[in-house]
Design a protein around this ligand. Structure first.
Ligand SMILES: Nc1ncnc2c1ncn2[C@@H]1O[C@H](COP(=O)(O)OP(=O)(O)OP(=O)(O)O)[C@@H](O)[C@H]1O
Ligand SMILES: [Mg+2]
Length: 346
């Protein structure tokens, strides 16, 4: 997992526009070119996060979650982009419209930070952890406030903030502690939004719980919005207010976590829930998922889930739009149309 401080994004304290959405992604498209094929990793995604809200983004491996989260901050280095369009409005500024120079200028004073998984770790092995966190702080701070703030950040993420601990090197820390260092770095700029991509996947279960509790506490105490990206619906249930379910580059369902988990509309969401440990018996009418996400360079026409869907019918050859459901969520499935609901699809 690594952390990166991303962009200040044009926030003016005096801005008269009342901020109802902290992050407002509209019709985001990110297509790559790979071996002369177009990989539709993100294909027309809308996603919103309100100030102080905790939002989950779930989906199986290869559904486009990481590409989506990295595109928010335009961290698509080395990718061969075929098409990138849409809007990523963060604090009233469209990040996609900024020039590289402008984006870079804002990077140091970030109100948006990311923590993401990386098996090799992105901490510099030759630098003391305290120094690495200090380097993520705004440059104008004095030495004294810098030292004080690093100790404060360490304590906030549940690490000892004493001088001796700050002088340790990354290899002298455990995996969970290193992740906390990365979270501390991400928090250095006091972000209004923290994007955490698979923040706990590489950790053992006890450490996972500790790191999640830390994120939850920071979200609550500092009114920091969270966008949590994960395979794990149980984690979303624990941590999030709302959830977006992503499949093959598209959002297929979204809504309040409680609503979506108790009354999932999209067969993919139903499958994800049925695949959760301990759910199979409770949801005996729904099977877990069979097969895997299609190749994003060779997508079928119509509904992208239809080859795996137990309820597929003729109309699925046409792509369904995201539509409002009877429970207040949205679902990209023809069976979620008001007149279709209540019918037995099988
Ligand atoms: N730089 C790139 N060039 C070409 N294709 C890419 C690039 N980065 C990602 N992809 C493709 O985009 C698709 C989505 O990948 P992504 O990493 O976003 O999935 P994910 O949902 O995060 O999966 P996981 O849960 O395994 O992390 C995959 O098919 C992947 O191969
Ligand atoms: Mg990923």
């Amino acid at each position: 997992m690594r952390s990166a401080s991303i962009a200040e994004c044009g926030h003016e304290e005096s801005n008269a526009v009342k901020e109802t959405q902290l992050l407002d992604i509209h019709d985001l498209v990110v297509h790559f070119l790979r071996e002369e094929q177009v990989v539709k990793a993100v294909d027309g995604v809308d996603l919103r996060v309100k100030p102080g809200e905790s939002v989950g983004l779930v989906g199986e491996s290869g559904s486009g979650k990481t590409v989506l989260s990295r595109s928010i901050a335009r961290l698509m280095a080395n990718a061969v982009i075929d098409k990138m369009s849409g809007q990523v409005v963060f604090q009233n500024t469209d990040l996609l419209s900024l020039s590289e120079r402008e984006l870079e200028r804002r990077r140091r004073k970030s109100f948006l930070s990311m923590v993401f998984q990386d098996p090799l770790g992105y901490l510099n092995p030759t630098k003391r952890v305290g120094r690495q966190v200090a380097e993520a702080l705004p440059p104008e701070l004095s030495r004294r406030s810098r030292r004080h703030r690093v100790a404060e950040l360490f304590t906030q993420v549940g690490l000892p903030g004493d001088k001796a601990s700050l002088r340790l090197y990354p290899h002298e820390f455990s995996g969970g502690m290193r992740q906390r260092v990365l979270i501390a770095m991400a928090l250095a700029s006091r972000p209004r939004l923290l994007i955490a991509d698979e923040p706990t996947t590489a950790l053992d279960v006890t450490v996972q719980v500790q790191v999640l509790n830390t994120l939850e506490r920071l979200h609550r105490e500092q009114d920091m919005a969270l966008l949590v990206i994960t395979h794990d619906l149980a984690l979303v249930a624990e941590l999030c207010d709302r959830v977006y379910v992503m499949y093959a580059g598209q959002i297929v369902e979204s809504g309040d976590v409680e609503t979506v988990l108790s009354s999932p509309h999209h067969p993919y969401t139903q499958g994800l829930i049925a695949s959760m440990p301990g759910q199979r018996r409770r949801m005996n009418k729904v099977d877990g998922l069979v097969g895997s996400v299609p190749n994003l360079a060779l997508l079928p026409s119509g509904c992208r889930f239809r080859s795996r869907c137990p309820h597929a019918f003729d109309r699925c050859e046409e792509m369904p739009p995201l539509m409002p459901t009877s429970t207040g969520s949205t679902s990209r499935c023809w069976l979620s149309e008001p007149e279709a609901e209540g019918e037995d699809p099988s």
